[in-house]
Design a protein around this ligand. Structure first.
Ligand code: UDP
Length: 482
């Protein structure tokens, strides 16, 4: 009997795609053990009915392990290397016990774990499973283009692009990422590489280790589709044994397994599958209902971006001056410490024209007809959710993979515009007008976004590449237990 243990990095951008994959594998009839850290699990449990719903399904269980940090530790994302180190050293034995119980007995009488799907950014998931001789597949929750850019770090070191040369021309094309030489500028390299002073930089080392691990997995699973990233995937296939692109997972969930053909899943599925560290404020959906089609700018910078007070004020000005209504997610921890978040007259203007929430049901928001564009930080989940919904993007990438994603959005897929490294009020206003107004640029973007959404839908339909790859993945997992 196939029994899969899934172990994501404890973060908003990682747990939900893992949950979606877990639900799909469960629908395929496999036993599922889903591992969360205690801290993350309690937050997801408090704000997402999805966890309860999945835990109530047969052959689906959650298991938690401590992350080794103090209870009161704020677990800030800027300290994520400390969290990873703590997991590596202090959670090891707990994880080992979940893989193979010391007394040899599964508490629920389940069969032994036959396959681990570990987060590709979490070496622990891979290392311990290898020690126990359990086959491991890796899921990378980011885009293939960013995974390839990370993999190319040693090459970028060779070409002298990393560490960034002093006074480097940020618009110069870099030559170290195969296949992207004609459009990838220095400013498009992954944000985490910008500040590395040498190759000994701990963040660089962490990224390089994650890349080296790709070859160790039995397979690489990705939340993307062949039609979206085919050239990059062929580069990646030279280093991974097998790649299963099964995205967009949110589309696949609508098609695979338990959905009846007569069911309207456009909104209900998004609602029941969402999982968040924060409580969703669903009142914004009503606010959206009161606006005409494609009239609203949705603004969200994801779960970890921190915005300076100055940048925030520029966004305020730009959005208010654009004259468009906007729905803006401002997390309680999103603005750098200190002072008010905006001058009061601006805030008043913003409240008249906008709707502000601490956390939104994003998949549903993007699927709402009144949303006309998405001002995003270009995290991969957000990017893919926007692609699924066919909503053009204005990209303001913050860090990590986001710089690469936004370059693809603006230059390769042409489903948005990239305002990387700029957030002056006139830039924000100009970009919003460009995308939202009825001019040629806006029209072209809407057309490309609709086409790309269609491609993503087809990929996840029966017979499509992601649907077929998912079936192959299930067969592969089953073959490991026979
Ligand atoms: N998200 C959400 N509500 C919000 C803001 C974000 O549900 O108000 C979700 C969003 O749908 C996405 C995730 O948070 O699935 C953010 O992941 P992403 O990879 O875009 O960025 P990260 O948070 O990892 O920087």
């Amino acid at each position: 009997m196939a029994h899969v243990l899934l172990f994501p990095l404890p973060a908003q951008g990682h747990v939900p795609p893992f949950l979606k994959l877990a639900e799909l594998l469960s629908r395929a009839g496999l036993f599922i053990t889903f591992v969360n850290t205690e801290h993350t699990h309690s937050r997801f449990l408090a704000s997402s009915p999805t966890i309860d719903r999945l835990a109530g399904q047969p052959r689906f269980r959650f298991r938690t392990i401590p992350d080794g940090l103090d209870e009161e530790d704020p677990r800030l994302f800027v300290h994520f290397l400390r969290l990873l180190e703590s997991l590596r050293t202090r959670s090891r034995e707990h994880y080992r016990e979940l893989l193979v119980p010391e007394d040899g007995h599964d508490p629920d009488g389940w069969p032994p774990v036959t396959c681990v799907v570990g987060d590709g950014m979490l070496s622990l998931a891979l290392e311990v499973a290898e020690e126990m001789d359990i086959p491991v597949m890796l899921l990378r929750t980011s885009s293939a283009c960013s995974v390839w850019a990370y993999y190319s770090i040693p090459k970028l070191v060779e070409t002298g692009d990393i560490p960034f040369p002093e006074e480097a021309d940020m618009d110069e094309l870099v030559q170290g990422v195969a296949g992207m030489e004609s459009f990838l500028r220095r400013r498009d390299l992954p944000g985490l590489t910008r500040h590395a002073k040498s190759v000994a930089d701990p963040t660089l080392k962490f990224l390089m280790t994650a890349s080296e691990n790709l070859a160790r997995g039995r397979a690489l699973i990705m939340n993307t589709a062949e039609c979206l990233e085919s050239p990059v995937l062929s580069h990646l296939s030279s280093i991974c044994r097998v790649i299963y692109t099964v995205g967009p997972l949110q589309n696949l969930l609508q098609n695979f397994g338990s959905c009846r053909p007569d069911q309207d899943v456009s909104n209900s599925t998004a609602a029941s599958n969402s999982a968040s560290l924060w409580q969703e404020d669903r009142s914004c959906l009503k606010w959206l209902d009161s606006h005409p089609d494609k009239s609203v700018v949705y603004v969200s910078f994801g779960s970890v971006t921190v915005v300076s007070r100055e940048a925030l004020v520029e966004f305020w000005h730009g959005l208010v001056s654009s004259g468009r209504p906007f729905l803006w997610v401002i997390r309680p921890d999103m603005v750098e410490a200190g002072g008010e978040t905006a001058p009061s007259e601006l805030e008043t203007a913003a409240r008249e024209r906008g709707c502000l929430v601490a956390w939104a049901p994003q998949e549903e928001v993007l699927a709402h007809p009144s949303v006309g564009c998405f001002l995003t930080h270009s995290g991969w989940n957000s990017t893919l959710e926007s692609i699924v919904a066919g909503v053009p993007m204005i990209c303001w990438p913050f860090f990590a993979d986001q710089q690469v994603n936004s370059r693809f959005v603006g230059e390769v897929w042409k489903v948005g515009v990239d305002m990387k490294d700029l957030c002056g009020r006139s830039v924000v206003e100009g970009m919003v007008r460009k995308v939202m107004d009825g001019g040629e640029v806006g029209e072209e973007l809407r057309k490309s976004a609709a086409e790309m959404s269609h491609m993503g839908r087809i990929a996840a339909e029966e017979g499509g590449s992601s649907y077929t790859n998912f079936q192959k993945l299930v067969d592969h997992i089953k073959s490991l237990s026979s």
